[in-house]
Design a protein around this ligand. Structure first.
Ligand SMILES: Nc1ncnc2c1ncn2[C@@H]1O[C@H](COP(=O)(O)OP(=O)(O)O)[C@@H](O)[C@H]1O
Ligand SMILES: N[C@@H](CC(=O)OP(=O)(O)O)C(=O)O
Length: 243
C-alpha cells in the first residue's frame, strides 16, 4: 500500500482534483491500496481554505474553537473528493476523528501525537482500496475534541501514516516538479533535485512550512519513511528521499 498527500493547491478546484483522481486510480492499479491524505481546498480567499475559515473569527490564541474551525476545512475537502471519486466508479470511503486514529494531547494549534491507532484503517482496507483521511487534525485523548498539528500539518499526517502502516512510499503532489535547488516561485535558475537524503531535505527547509512541513521532514528522517515529492500535473519522477 502507499500513502498519497494532496495539499491545498492540488485540492483547490474541480480541474485540479481531476489530476488527483487520476493519480489515485493509477495508484490503486499499481499498489492495490491507497490512503489519501487531503488538506483544505485552496489558499486564503478561496471559500474553504484554512486561512479563509480562520478569518471568520477574531484573531485569538489557539483554542478548542480555532482548531474545530480549521479542522472543518480538511473535512470538507475529504467529503468533496470522496463524492467525486465514487462518481468515477472507484470504491472509496472516509475515516476521520476516532476512526482515523491519530490521538493527541490538547495543545491546540500544534498538538503532539500521543499514539496512532491504525485498527480501523486496516479493517477498512479489507473493503475499500481507497481510504480518504482529512489531514492536519487529530483527536485529543482526554476531551475527544479536534486538535491540529501545526500549519502545513497534513504533511505530518501523511508521514505518520506512512510509518505506522509501513507504506511502500509516501507521495506528495505539488505545484512544483519536486524539491528544487531553491523555491522556483522566488528564483529563476533552479534545478530539480532527483534524490536527496533526509538530512539534505531538512537542511533545505528553513521556515516551519515550505516544500513540506519541517516537522514532517523530521519525523520522516527519524523513522526512515520513504518519500516521493512530485508534480501534480506531470507524470515524470520528482524527488525521492529514502536514506
Ligand atoms: N526548494 C524548494 N523546491 C520547491 N518548492 C519550494 C522550495 N522551497 C519552497 N518551495 C515552495 O513550496 C511550495 C509547496 O508546494 P504546494 O503545492 O503549495 O504544497 P502543499 O502541498 O502544501 O499545497 C511551492 O509552491 C514552492 O513555492
Ligand atoms: N490546511 C492546513 C494544513 C496543510 O497541510 O495545508 P497544505 O497541505 O495546503 O499546506 C494549513 O493550511 O496549514
Amino acid at each position: 500500500m502507499i500513502v498519497q498527500k494532496y495539499g491545498g493547491v492540488a485540492m483547490q478546484n474541480h480541474q485540479s482534483r481531476k489530476f488527483v483522481i487520476s493519480h489515485i486510480q493509477k495508484a490503486i492499479s499499481k499498489h492495490q491500496k491507497v490512503l489519501v491524505v487531503v488538506s483544505a481546498m485552496g489558499r486564503r480567499g478561496q471559500y474553504y481554505s484554512t486561512d479563509t475559515l480562520l478569518d471568520l473569527i477574531p484573531p485569538s490564541a489557539n483554542s478548542i474553537e480555532t482548531d474545530l474551525l480549521s479542522a472543518c476545512g480538511e473535512l470538507i475537502s475529504a467529503s468533496v473528493l470522496c463524492a467525486e471519486i465514487k462518481k468515477e466508479g472507484i470504491p472509496a470511503t472516509i475515516l476521520y476523528g476516532k476512526s482515523a486514529g491519530i490521538i493527541t494531547n490538547e495543545a491546540y494549534g500544534n498538538a503532539d501525537i500521543l499514539y496512532v491507532d491504525t485498527k480501523e484503517v486496516t479493517n477498512t482496507f479489507k473493503d475499500y482500496p481507497c481510504i480518504i483521511v482529512p489531514g492536519f487534525q487529530g483527536l485529543s485523548e482526554i476531551s475527544q475534541t479536534f486538535t491540529t498539528l501545526g500549519r502545513g500539518g497534513s504533511d505530518l499526517t501523511a508521514v505518520v501514516y506512512g510509518h505506522h502502516l509501513n507504506a511502500d512510499i509516501v507521495e506528495f503532489y505539488k505545484n512544483v516538479p519536486g524539491v528544487m535547488t531553491s523555491d522556483p516561485f522566488k528564483n529563476e535558475s533552479v534545478q530539480l533535485i532527483s534524490s536527496m537524503s533526509y538530512e539534505e531535505l531538512q537542511n533545505i527547509i528553513i521556515e516551519p512550512v515550505e516544500i513540506i512541513q519541517k516537522r514532517a521532514a523530521k519525523f520522516a528522517a527519524l523513522h526512515k519513511v520513504p518519500l516521493h515529492i512530485r508534480s501534480l500535473y506531470e507524470e515524470r519522477d520528482g524527488t525521492y528521499v529514502y536514506q
